[in-house]
Design a protein around this ligand. Structure first.
Ligand code: ADP
Length: 715
């Protein structure tokens, strides 16, 4: 019930010891723990780095495993294909075509015999020429015969295309070999066109397409393809859109169906021209809707086919190297190499096959994009799952690797399959990863700091509590000795005087009255003390019952003045009483208020040895009634001021103290006033006196939660 915030000015001497001990037993271990906490957070960064490294290795190993499986599968396919082809080597063209068709990763195949000459593809399906146009004059055409030469002369002169056409037409039967015949027919058709006979020219070109489908011109162009293109072109020049469109779209469809020559470029050129005519001239719209070719699909198909031809051409250029029996190539059955030809990088796989008396070298041109495609897909999904890691496939021939140091990821070479290619697994965004680490570290260090503070705070609170308990123990001891002293003095006096009176040892009546008076006042003091102690005990235990009634508090003050006036005068005090006439009626426990005022007045007497003057007043102050006791005594030391309402607290120095008391008076006053919902004020200056004021609120209702009885309310 009583507030207890005791800070006695004198700390027991064991205080520092307790603080030191707690510091040693709690604070020090706390600090040591914190130190180790910080250390472990630091080492966590190292662990995190190691874990990251491990994760990188794991991801890289997974991907590398996939790559191994992929190439193991390819090896198997190539070896199986080669051995099957070797056993069935009857028609090299058909066997080679079937082999290429059965291996999806293969872009092209060259088969060489023991001497290094090409067995596959067949000569008419391979372009052994460079991809540069030769001037007609550079080619030896003497085998074409005299008539052909005459035609050429006439064509070069340009004045008689009809003669040129006739000479070319005459030369055809005499030329040996299909290629020469086809070449002469092409020249013949060209001359006919120049002579203004497109219909005849077309008939000759159609003859080439029909009779010599596999021949090439001087530059390796397939002549039949060229002838069919010329047919379409001549229709177009004559403004005959529908037959022109038909010729072009038929050729387009054919170009998409048939395999292109190995390493050539002519198909690509023709395909591009066909697309250009069909699309840009809107020639395609001349066709009935059902016959229109899908130009976009054709474009994609031709791009792919051109790329294959480009890789095949690169393989042809590498032939001298690939044909070599490299020493290292003996240890594995499939040899991969990745070489540059100009700005083309080509991936090839070589397999050797031999039977008694027969040796063959299979050179496969591989589709690198397709082979690594699945790996790239896996990389993309691994990157999604592990955003802290950056995974890339890097061509080490094209630039530096994106790794800052070897300790920051994993590096795998795709050797022996894709030489120069590297699988790099490293930190995603280093700043992001570092920030994440730093954040985690910050949180943990913050936690360590918070817990350390908590431990220290706990130690502080415990120390305070222990010190407080020690204070209370000390105050209790003081209290017991104070009370016993308080009791002993009046009892001794009463006994002494009583005995003297009983023995008749007091001579004069005046002296006897004085003794009686002293006995009365000492017993009053005794009962006051006992009342206070009992009240204190009741208040402490919450047993004290207040009996509130609405009444005139001024009357109560006057009553106190009446009963204490004699005592005060007897002690030599000037006693002034002033009760304002207009005091409102309020709810209070009359006995309790009397007790509080008596305690204040007793204190005024006890602590006024200098100037003996007490003033008791009751006045209204806004919505309160203020009862004040003012003395002109010693006053209160400011350092005592905030403690004087604490239980057992006594001001001043215990050794030099002259007054008697138990340190309960004011704490009882405070408890009583609290119960009334009021407060106690004190103003005091050392050497000038003190004023204690009880401020009671004027209320319509009795103080909350406190029992009243109907009769008492009327009182
Ligand atoms: P006690 O009087 O028994 O010591 P109290 O609780 O009544 O206990 O008072 C507590 C302390 O407050 C006193 O010891 C004294 O130092 C100081 N005190 C109380 N009333 C006065 C007063 N009127 N003038 C000076 N000091 C006072």
């Amino acid at each position: 019930m009583l507030p207890f915030r005791s800070h006695p000015p004198r700390r027991p001497r064991s205080g520092p010891k307790v603080v030191g001990l707690l510091g040693l037993l709690v604070g020090l271990p706390g600090l040591v723990l914190a130190y180790f906490g910080v250390l472990s957070v630091r080492s966590e960064a190292v662990v995190a780095r190691a874990q990251f490294q491990e994760r990188c290795e794991e991801v890289a190993a997974d991907l590398y495993g996939e790559l191994e499986r992929r190439f193991a599968g390819l090896d198997q396919g190539l070896l199986r294909g080669v051995s099957r082809a070797g056993d069935a080597w009857v028609d090299p063209g058909a066997v080679g075509d079937a082999l290429v068709a059965s291996l999806p990763d293969v872009e092209g195949l060259l088969v060489l015999d023991g001497n290094g000459s090409i067995l596959y593809p067949p000569p008419n399906a391979i372009s052994l020429e460079d991809a540069t146009f030769r001037r007609i004059g550079d080619v030896d055409r003497s085998f074409m015969g005299e008539s052909f030469r005459l035609g050429e002369d006439a064509e070069i002169r340009g004045d008689d295309p009809a003669a040129a056409a006739a000479a070319y037409a005459a030369s055809v039967p005499g030329i040996p070999g299909d290629r020469g015949k086809a070449l002469a027919m092409n020249a013949w058709a060209r001359a006919l066109l120049k002579d203004g006979r497109p219909g005849e020219a077309r008939a000759v070109w159609q003859g080439i397409a029909r009779d010599h489908p596999d021949e090439q011109d001087w530059n390796g162009f397939p002549l039949a393809t060229l002838a069919r293109y010329q047919v379409g072109l001549s229709y177009l020049q004559q403004g005959e859109l529908l037959p022109s469109a038909r010729a072009f779209s038929d050729l387009l469809a054919d170009q998409m169906r048939r395999p292109w020559s190995y390493g050539g470029f002519a198909e690509g050129v023709i395909a591009r021209k066909l697309l250009l005519h069909l699309d840009s001239g809107r020639l395609v719209e001349a066709l009935p809707p059902g016959e229109r070719p899908d130009l976009d699909a054709a474009r994609a198909h031709f791009a792919e086919a051109s790329r294959r031809q480009r890789d095949q051409a690169a393989t042809l250029a590498l032939l001298p190297v690939l044909r070599e029996d490299r020493a290292t190539s003996e240890d594995s059955r499939v040899q991969y190499s990745r070489d540059d030809v100009g700005d083309v990088r080509v991936l090839t796989a070589r397999v050797r096959w031999s039977a008694p008396g027969v040796k063959r070298l299979f050179i496969f041109t591989l589709d690198e994009g397709r082979l690594l495609g699945r790996l790239r897909d896996l990389i993309a999904s691994a990157a999604r799952v592990n955003p802290e890691i950056r995974i890339s496939l890097v061509d080490s021939r094209e630039g530096p690797l994106p790794l800052r140091s070897s300790g920051e990821g994993a590096l795998y070479s795709l050797e022996p399959w894709v030489a120069g290619m590297m699988l790099v697994v490293g930190r995603g965004d280093p700043s992001k990863v570092d920030a994440q680490l730093a954040r985690a570290r910050g949180v943990r260090i913050g936690m360590v700091a918070a817990f350390t503070l908590l431990i220290l705070f706990g130690a502080g609170v415990t120390a305070r509590a222990v010190l407080r308990e020690m204070d209370i123990a000390r105050l209790r001891t003081d209290f017991v000795s104070n009370v016993s002293h308080e009791l002993r003095t009046p009892i001794t006096t009463i006994r002494l005087m009583g005995e003297m009176l009983a023995m008749g040892a007091v001579p004069t009546e005046e002296k006897r009255r004085e003794y009686y008076q002293t006995i009365v006042s000492e017993s009053e003091r005794l009962s006051r003390l006992i009342n206070n102690v009992l009240d204190f005990a009741r208040l402490e235990e919450g047993r004290k019952k207040f009996r509130f009634a609405r009444g005139d508090v001024g009357e109560c003050v006057r009553q106190v003045a009446r009963t204490t006036a004699d005592y005060l005068h007897g002690e030599g005090f000037d006693f002034e009483v002033e009760v304002a006439p207009d005091l409102p009626r309020l709810w209070f426990d009359s006995d309790a208020i009397v007790q509080a005022l008596v305690n204040l007045l007793t204190n005024a007497v006890k602590y006024s040895r200098r100037e003996r003057h007490v003033r008791l007043t009751a006045r209204r102050e806004r919505s309160n009634v203020v009862l004040a006791v003012r003395d002109r005594g010693e006053g209160i030391d400011p350092k005592d001021l905030k403690h004087i309402f604490e239980k057992f607290y006594r001001g001043g120095d215990a050794l030099t103290r002259e007054t008697r008391g138990a340190g309960l008076g004011l704490s009882i006053v405070r408890a009583i006033v609290d119960a009334h919902g009021g407060r106690v004020r004190v103003e005091s200056r050392p050497g000038e006196g003190s004023t204690f004021s009880i401020v009671l609120p004027v209320r319509e209702e009795p103080p909350a939660d406190l029992p009243t009885t109907p009769e008492e309310q009327v009182a």
